[in-house]
Write a protein that binds this ligand. Structure first.
Ligand SMILES: Cc1cc2nc3c(=O)[nH]c(=O)nc-3n(C[C@H](O)[C@H](O)[C@H](O)COP(=O)(O)OP(=O)(O)OC[C@H]3O[C@@H](n4cnc5c(N)ncnc54)[C@H](O)[C@@H]3O)c2cc1C
Length: 537
């Protein structure tokens, strides 16, 4: 049973909340033997919740675990916005999900270990399957009793020092249709799984206001829209569109919008390529806008563009840890601090530092065990990676002595950053991308789990955490995507899926499909992704 001190009153604006002290007078509930707050019920939050309850019962006896989720259900980015119109900027949608979203990785590689997608799930499923998967996981492992929906953490501050203290956590409870109220209570540990696809990165260019205000007569109203607001390609019918970026969001927008738009351009950074299969005209980066045109870095310009879709990614932010709500995480895109000099945690929007292996805070004023993140790494298979991270967190909560000293963890972090520099990369730009040679997605997970074996809290079974078939599935994701597309075009998709239920059987499907496609491509070459519409049947 969760013990919350609740006070129902008219909801105060958040800025007002931060500047007064309405809660200092509230009685604190002293924690039981160990109290843990988790923020977020996406892949990461569910992973840590399940992993904590996998600890032996006597180890976690007296632990109180509460998961706060601001939305109506589990699934994070895979849970669509509620029906109805999307909010307008600067208000943000709840999720960047768009109706045509399918996974870009085969689902067997996206699973929590030991929990597969249901039989006959398409290999690259639409978003509904992924959300349902998360809901099934929560139910199957009896996690639902710990989930507090419509509970938004608005502030979390550390009251204490580098050795001890507690979290003051402020939660806004918004029951649908009912009044909001704010609750405050203390916790020993805070685990942040708030995701990093929520705060759009919107580049600033000179002249956008003038360009937006000067729609030529007889043409659609000009707009610049981040992909978090992108939903329906039909909205771009007959428009002239510039898609900025070729990452996951830019790629999907390009593939979909090029089918409806009169003309689609894709504005690219020097190292990126136009999206294969998308009928787009490549352009370099945008330099600035005039009232009549968009000027690119090569000096060319376009006068007749109606819409710009920004597939420019997201910023790493944790508002409830940052000013004005909290002093735990400093926000400074131009910070001159580094991991050793930072007086607190810092986000430059690409990197939250200093942390131990992208998990434990190494902020000087907070014990590392007090604050952990799940899900910071980028371009990973989230569920298995979240579980690997969660294993480390859960075992450290059970036995803090297994964590190296802060000084040793900092030394390891500095080594990682130095290695990236040696490879010509800026660690503060690369951030949580696992791009170093020694730090692939899978190696990262293997190393986390191997560490637990080395310190003796997990049995040494001589196996890697990431099974070979997951490596194959991730490594050959594009080949498998082409294979799946071909199977769909031939109407043979169901045939490939039939009988697959266990992890081994799904692994077998991927292996056979990969071989089938390799043989085809040996003979015919790599097919163009000429028509991706088959994904969206
Ligand atoms: C469009 C898109 C497509 C993707 N496609 C793929 C794919 O094909 N394959 C793949 O492997 N990965 C894909 N990903 C990556 C995806 O982000 C991960 O798969 C994973 O679901 C992320 O889970 P998460 O728990 O880390 O974050 P999220 O899913 O973002 O969940 C975070 C949760 O925290 C909650 N929260 C945040 N702040 C608060 C607060 N203050 N109080 C309470 N609750 C809070 C949010 O409401 C949310 O439910 C995609 C991402 C996007 C955006």
């Amino acid at each position: 049973m969760v013990r919350l001190v609740s006070f129902t009153f008219v909801l105060l604006p958040l800025a007002a909340l931060a500047h007064q002290e309405p809660f200092s007078a509230l009685p604190h509930v002293k924690s039981p033997s160990k109290s843990i707050a988790i923020v977020g019920a996406g892949s990461g939050g569910l992973a840590i919740l399940k992993t904590i309850f996998d600890l032996p019962e006597d180890v976690r006896q007296g632990w109180e675990v509460v998961l706060y989720e601001q939305r109506r259900d589990v699934g994070g980015v895979w849970l669509p916005d509620p029906p109805g119109p999307l909010p307008h900027f600067p208000k943000l949608p709840e999720s960047p999900l768009y109706p045509l979203l399918h996974t870009n990785t085969p689902h067997p590689t996206m699973t929590y270990p030991g929990f597969t997608y249901p039989p006959l799930t398409p290999l690259f499923p639409s978003h509904e399957y992924v959300q349902q998967y998360h809901a099934d996981y929560a139910e199957h492992y009896n996690l639902t009793a710990y989930l507090h929906f419509h509970h938004k953490v608005v502030a979390a501050d550390w009251v204490g020092d580098s050795e001890q203290g507690e979290w003051d956590v402020v939660v806004e409870v918004q029951q649908p249709g009912g009044p909001s109220h704010v609750s405050k209570r203390s916790f020993d540990h805070l685990i942040v799984a708030n995701g990093h696809n929520h705060y759009p990165h919107i580049p600033q260019w000179d002249g956008t206001e003038g360009w937006l205000a000067n729609t030529p007569r007889g043409t659609p109203k000009r707009q610049i829209l981040h992909s978090i607001y992108y939903r329906d390609p039909a909205k771009y019918t007959n428009r002239i569109v510039v898609i900025v970026g070729a990452g996951a969001s830019g790629r999907d927008a390009a593939l979909q919008v090029c089918k409806t738009a009169r003309l689609a351009y894709q504005s690219l950074t020097p190292n990126s390529e136009p999206t294969p299969g998308a009928t787009v005209i490549p352009k370099p980066r945008i330099a600035y806008f005039t009232n009549t045109s968009i000027v690119f870095e090569d000096g060319t310009s376009l006068e007749d563009v109606d819409s710009i879709i920004l597939g420019t990614g997201y910023e790493f932010r944790v508002p409830f840890l940052s000013p004005p709500h909290s002093s735990v995480l400093d926000v400074d895109p131009d910070t001159t601090y580094n991991s050793t000099t930072a007086p607190s945690l810092v986000t430059n929007f690409r990197y939250i530092f200093p942390t131990h292996r992208h998990i434990f805070s190494l902020a000087p004023g907070i014990p590392p065990t007090a604050l952990a993140f799940v899900g910071l790494p980028v371009l990973v298979a989230n569920c298995p990676s979240d579980i690997a991270q969660s294993l480390l967190i859960a075992h450290v909560l059970a036995n803090p002595s297994i964590l190296p000293t802060r000084a040793d963890m900092l030394e390891e972090l500095v080594k990682r950053e130095d290695k990236l520099r040696e490879a010509g990369l800026d660690p503060y730009y690369v951030g949580h991308r696992l791009v170093a040679e020694s730090e692939t997605d899978q190696d990262y997970q293997d190393n986390l789990v191997q560490y637990l074996k080395d310190v003796g809290v997990l049995p040494e079974d001589g196996k890697k955490y990431v099974e070979p078939w997951r490596r194959l599935g991730r490594g050959k994701a594009q080949l498998l995507a082409r294979a799946w597309q071909r199977a769909l075009q031939l109407g043979e998709d169901r045939k490939w899926l039939e009988g697959a239920e266990t992890e081994e059987e799904w692994a077998d499907v991927m292996e056979r499909l990969a071989k089938w496609q390799e043989a085809y491509e040996d003979e015919h070459g790599i097919p163009e992704f000429e028509d991706q519409s088959v994904w969206y049947l």
